[in-house]
Design a protein around this ligand. Structure first.
Ligand code: IVH
Length: 693
């Protein structure tokens, strides 16, 4: 699709290897062949990234981008388990030992850590732990952001140092460490011991190294981790190039007589090895406090950490709990999620909404933000892009506005290469070519064509959506197909489909079952509640709440048609703007003409009895995720329950609403992928406030 800037969306897709059309959202709708194609693309792209990430210390993508692609792949593999390839990167911890170093085989596979993105994830972890082991306690440590090493001492003497490599075979970097004199050549006791440690470069040393490199005309390191990896993995390391490197031992690999992990680390420290902060917590509640404290002092540490690690302290309990092929089940890394994440702005597409508003959408190299994958983000409007000087090709900061909708908050000017291009906002609709103007100096440019296909398509899809006519199966993709085939060109056409079965049968991949299911759903929608009908019409400013108010004041379309502006404006909770919007819809020949046509076709909205306060959420299932701004999750659950709603623990196709707060994680992503309505605490309160008035 041309985005009005002469840039073709397929270029973005080619460069990027996967469809940027929010693949989480559409994953469930993919055919096997399409899913296979995406899986292949993702595997190839991840392989290239993994190579540069682990093997050349020169990443071409940020961690968040990498995690994003990985999440997309896991998501697809979950939905299409038969398509997952055996050596998928999701099954493999990544990296391989470079041919240039001698190899050291690890005595056991080096596992990774499972991640938590919210305190709630930590509670779930605690619940899992308590099923396998009772009476154990936790340690809380910093999660150092460097490179893993396995360090072996024989009879107290440094034997070798290995990188992680592919988890099974690492590189022998002993010579570099001997030269750096960073590790003790000899321990305090002549013991055989293997420890795991993280090597890292403190921030000051990183800055020094980079300014020296800049002076020497050398390429700069992207971050301290890559700088550390670069130093450690030099083939002919000079002592000077290892200057400033530091390490912290975070686990003892070999067996010791100590019954706890914290005891083992204290022992390692007594032998002369460096260990870091180890907090002890009797309960998960205490552990969470310690995690929070680490987060607070994060910026003052002088070295980079990307989270906190919570581990079961007792060795016996770890044995009971066990491990998967990827990670130990007794430890979890709480990832500090950046408020904003950097990624590349690959392009800008223009979305035309059902009211004709042209919204610029940032097509991003996917990133993980607060536990969910973000591939597209809003750029709001023309003025926003200009005032922030956001250009295509920019490295941009992406954050979650209002916790849920991602937005591009601005460019990272220092990352500019000069190749970035300004985005020229189209003055015509990218869909129909008709004039798109800013009315009365408003911020939004609107397509002025009342018959713009995109507007109509969106309006039809809105009519059929959940909460509106709720016609199962008639989603955006199918509406687009029907539209282009000429089967459905306006809302009323939906109800004429039953007379077009011949044409429906000619459609590819749309079998008899799909046809009869669809026609059944269309028939059933004829008796939709009156409030849903009003909402489905897509009248500007009239959302669910306003539609409910109207439906509680008027007994069906005929009565509504006779409403005067004064009557409408008098309705409690209704502003003049909403009243005028309704009135102009009623008076608009084309608009009300659609209503008449729908009624003629047999649509007969069920007039609702005035809703009882207590039944507002009857039959509705909520899932609560993340931290809400004012209510605790329990309070919110009680509120929902007091209106007869149900609160479930996990998101499924049966979920009606996901109430999402800050740091919402996987549940939010899942809700997005299933197209479930996501609401904020504010919206919940609004829904409730409506009936209190
Ligand atoms: S414990 C068996 N503790 O994170 C798993 N790892 O994502 C043992 N890391 O490869 C890992 N700080 O390089 C552990 N305090 C810490 C850590 C830590 C950083 C790194 C480590 C590991 C990676 C796992």
């Amino acid at each position: 699709m041309d985005n009005g800037n002469g840039q073709d969306n397929t270029i973005i897709e080619e460069e990027f290897g996967i469809s940027t059309e929010s693949y989480f959202e559409t994953m469930g709708d993919l055919s096997e062949a399409e899913a296979q194609e995406r899986i292949n693309d993702l595997v190839a792209r991840l392989a290239t990234l993994a190579e540069s990430y682990y093997d050349s210390d020169d990443p071409v993508a940020s961690d968040a981008e990498y995690d994003g692609l990985m999440a997309a792949l896991s998501g697809l593999e979950e939905l299409f388990p038969n398509l997952a390839i055996l050596d998928s990167p999701t099954q493999n911890v990544g990296g391989k030992a470079s041919e240039l170093f001698s190899k050291i085989e690890h005595s056991k596979k080096m596992l990774s850590l499972q991640n938590a993105y919210s305190m709630h994830d930590l509670d779930n972890f605690d619940t899992r732990i308590s099923k396998d082991a009772t009476g154990c306690s936790y340690t809380v440590e910093e999660k150092y952001d460097g490179l893993t090493l396995v360090i072996r001492f024989k009879q107290g003497k440094l034997e070798n140092v290995a990188t992680r490599g592919d988890g099974q075979v690492g590189e022998d970097v002993t010579a570099n460490f001997s030269m750096a004199q960073l590790l003790p050549g000899e321990l305090a006791e002549p013991v055989d011991i293997a420890v795991r440690a993280e090597a890292f470069l403190p921030v000051k040393e990183f800055q020094r190294l980079n300014s020296e490199r800049a002076a020497a005309g050398l390429k700069l390191f992207a971050n301290p981790r890559n700088a550390a990896a670069g130093s450690v993995r030099q083939l002919d390391a000079q002592a000077s190039s290892l200057r400033g490197l530091d390490y912290v031992v975070f686990s003892v690999e070999s067996e010791t007589s100590h019954a706890t992990h914290s005891g083992q680390l204290a022992y390692a420290s007594s032998l002369g090895l460096k260990t870091g902060y180890i907090g002890k917590a009797a309960t998960m509640a205490d552990a969470k406090t310690l995690v929070g404290q680490i987060g607070e002092r994060r910026d003052a540490l002088g070295y980079e950490i990307d989270g906190a690690v919570v581990k079961v302290d007792e060795i016996w309990a770890r044995q009971e709990i066990g491990e998967t092929s990827k990670f130990p089940k007794w430890a979890i890394a709480y990832k500090f999620t950046a408020d904003s994440v950097l990624t590349k702005l690959l392009g800008v597409t223009i979305q035309v909404g059902r009211t004709g508003v042209l919204t610029p959408v940032a097509e991003l190299s996917p990133v993980f933000i607060s536990g969910s994958l973000v591939a597209r983000a809003t750029l709001h409007n023309e003025d926003y892009i200009k005032s922030k000087d956001i250009r295509i090709g920019d490295t941009v900061k992406v954050s979650k506005a209002g916790d849920v909708i991602p937005e591009v908050s601005g460019p990272e000017i220092s990352a500019r290469t000069g190749q970035e291009v300004e985005f020229e906002f189209p003055t015509t609709c990218p869909i129909c070519g008709y004039e798109a103007a800013r009315e009365n100096g408003g911020a939004y440019r609107k397509c002025l064509n009342p018959y713009c296909p995109q507007k109509l398509e969106r309006a039809i899809a809105h009519f059929a959506s959940k909460g509106a006519a709720d016609i199962r199966g008639l989603g955006r993709a199918l509406v687009a197909r029907f539209y282009s085939e000429g089967l459905v060109r306006d809302i009323a056409d939906i109800y004429k489909l039953k007379g077009k079965t011949d044409q429906l049968q000619e459609l590819k991949n749309f079998g008899q079952t799909s046809i009869s299911n669809l026609l059944g759903a269309i028939e059933a929608s004829k008796g939709m509640p009156f409030s849903s009908f009003i909402y489905a019409l897509g009248i500007p400013l009239i959302g669910h709440n306003a539609a409910k108010i109207i439906a509680s004041h008027y007994q069906g379309p005929a009565q509504l048609k006779n409403a005067s502006l004064e009557d409408l404006a008098k309705i409690d909770g209704f502003g003049m703007a909403s009243a005028m919007s309704i009135k102009s819809f009623i008076d608009g020949e084309a608009q009300w003409g659609v209503v008449d046509e729908l009624l003629e076709l047999g649509v007969s909205p069920a007039v609702e009895a005035k809703e009882k306060r207590g039944d507002l959420f009857k039959g509705k299932t909520f899932v609560i995720t993340g931290t809400l701004p004012t209510y605790s999750r329990n309070e919110a659950a009680a509120l929902i329950a007091s209106h007869n709603g149900r609160v479930a623990g996990s998101v499924s196709s049966k979920t009606d609403y996901v109430l999402a707060g800050e740091n919402a994680g996987g549940k939010l992503a899942k809700a997005e992928s299933l197209g479930i309505r996501i609401i904020s605490e504010n919206e919940l309160v609004e829904m409730l406030g409506l009936l209190e008035s």
